[in-house]
Design a protein around this ligand. Structure first.
Ligand SMILES: [Zn+2]
Length: 131
């Protein structure tokens, strides 16, 4: 595939994401493209109220900017893109929402952030899903 085709394919994964994160995701794809134009996104989704982007392969720079985009998504309403707070419903459904879209939600700590805190500090990031 050409660089342009890969960029287009990566950008098309925005269709599987909440609307409020579309701009964040598009910026991330362009940033990844600037580092390595042949890197392909295998999956982009919302998980525990956070943007999750999985690549076919990683390098340290790409891992860092994906991690940063995930961090930013915890402060952007996934419905409208305004300032939001990571929240959960009483039955354990997570979402990042602004006051306007927070019906049924209460602010929450990220379960993923908790996992990161207990991980060894010198652990290398995973190098892709089963690659
Ligand atoms: Zn909102």
């Amino acid at each position: 595939m050409t660089d342009a085709e890969i960029l287009e394919e990566n950008l098309s994964s925005v269709n599987g994401l909440p609307d409020g994160w579309a701009d964040l995701y598009r910026r991330l794809v362009h940033d990844v493209h600037a580092i390595d134009a042949q890197l392909r996104v295998t999956q982009a989704k919302e998980k525990f109220g956070e943007l999750r982007v999985y690549m076919e392969a990683y390098n340290k720079s790409v891992y860092t900017i994906i991690d940063e985009a995930s961090r930013q998504s915890r402060f952007l309403c996934q419905t409208c893109g305004e300032a939001g707070v990571l929240s959960r419903t009483n039955d354990g459904f997570y979402a990042t929402v602004c006051p306007k879209h927070s019906s049924g939600f209460k602010p929450a700590m990220s379960p993923m952030r908790h996992l990161r805190m207990v991980a060894p500090p010198d652990q290398e990031p995973e190098t892709g899903d089963g690659a």
